[in-house]
Design a protein around this ligand. Structure first.
Ligand SMILES: Cc1ncc(COP(=O)(O)O)c(C=O)c1O
Length: 384
């Protein structure tokens, strides 16, 4: 029986420990959290700065109309799909979007499938809300990519009511092709499985144009956020795109649970959507970071180091160095002053063999981290 109990988010725990070491005067290379090193575009800051003296009151629970209309333009321009602004709800990051989507889209006790490895909050939120979880195991041999066939096989073993899936994915950086995405959406529809697409890394694809599930069907839920591509993690702003029959129910839940998303952040989000050039430049810098980190990790002897398709993570096999990646990460932080996230965060079965490194930070920090890891790995006492 898989353990689905509430667990700490280890990336945040490593970060807290790293911050403590910084307070004590140590210099830390942060490769543990998925936070862009860049600020939002200057025009985003300017727009918020100008709005600040005005009263920041609650907005409509679905978000301000201008932002929802701007998101319709975004879908038209980036994905050639027409979305009605009434189907969009602005949320406090995708984290609030998940809660709304789960409560709105499923009956009490429904079973939702997730990939393993996957973003840890999925499991913890579902578990906290009283849903059941079914995990679909992925592997490095298939480049951590989910297939329609995997879904079909898992469903035959034990049916589920929903599937929550991200492409590009955290922690693996895996993206799927348009062909497979279409098959996955069609397979879910045929099986009567509600599809929830976490598109938070949309815009951060290195091998193809980013896809939205809305290109293939509109009877599904899309969760997205300004946190990653738009470099606005702390602003807590995201959105949902919902099918017609879930809009009103989700709106009522949003009214009661959150009242509205932060008004100032909605001003910033409207400005962010106009700053494509700035954000495309940042994406190029992650691509360069990815190449430096991937090459460096291969040279250091880590196993199964794949070049991420998207997002800003690489998920590597450390089983030749340790049988406990949590302990390995603790030593790496304590001795080499490099933060990395243990795989147990993302996979409660095989995660002990893996570590996630983020390349969202500054290039100089990634280079320094590689140097420090080279020294750490040649010290025999460090190897568990
Ligand atoms: C896959 C994925 N989804 C959702 C989130 C949550 O993002 P936010 O609530 O900032 O939008 C994260 C954060 O790292 C993530 O990696």
């Amino acid at each position: 029986m898989n353990d689905h109990s509430l667990k700490p988010f280890l990336a945040m725990e490593v970060l807290a420990k790293a911050k403590q070491l910084e307070k004590e005067g140590h210099n830390i290379c942060h490769l543990e959290v998925g936070e862009p090193a860049h600020s939002p575009a200057p025009n985003v800051i300017k727009a918020m700065h100008e709005a600040l003296p005005n009263p920041q009151t609650y907005t409509h629970a679905k978000g301000v109309e201008e932002l929802r209309a701007s998101l319709c333009d975004f879908y038209r321009e980036q994905h050639s799909v027409e979305i009605n602004k009434n189907n969009i709800i602005i949320t406090m990051g995708s984290s609030a979007g998940f809660t709304l989507a789960f409560l709105s889209g499923f009956k009490k006790g429904a079973r939702i499938a997730l990939t393993r490895p996957g973003y840890p909050a999925y499991l913890n939120i579902l578990n906290g809300l009283g849903f059941e979880v079914e995990e679909i195991g992925l592997n490095a041999k298939n480049k951590w990519r989910l297939s329609a066939n995997d879904i079909e096989k898992a469903y035959k073993k034990r049916p589920f009511d929903g599937l929550l899936f991200a492409s590009p994915a955290n922690p693996t950086g895996a993206s799927i092709s348009a062909h497979e995405f279409k098959k996955i959406v069609a397979t879910c529809k045929r099986l009567g499985v509600r599809f929830i697409s976490d598109e938070i890394y949309n815009g951060l694809d290195f091998t193809q144009n980013s896809l939205s599930a809305l290109e293939f069907d509109n009877d599904l839920i899309v969760v997205n956020s300004f946190s990653k591509y738009f470099c606005m993690t702390g602003y807590r702003i995201g959105w949902l795109v919902l099918p017609d029959n879930l809009v009103r129910k989700t709106e009522m839940l949003a009214q009661n649970m959150f009242i509205s998303a932060p008004s100032l952040s909605q001003v910033g989000a409207i400005a962010a959507l106009k700053e494509r050039e700035y954000y495309q430049e940042k994406k190029q810098s992650y691509l360069q970071n990815r190449d430096i980190l991937t090459k460096g990790l291969v040279e250091l002897g880590f196993k199964n180091v794949l070049s991420a398709d998207g997002a800003f993570y690489t998920y590597v096999d450390v089983s030749n160095l340790t049988n406990d990646s949590f302990e390995f990460c603790q030593k790496l932080l304590q001795e080499a002053k490099v933060g990395a996230t243990p795989g147990a965060d993302f996979d409660r079965i095989d995660g002990n063999k893996y570590v996630r490194f983020s390349f969202a930070g500054k290039r100089s920090v990634i280079k320094e981290a590689l140097k420090r890891m080279a020294e750490f790995l040649i010290r025999p006492k460090s190897i568990l």
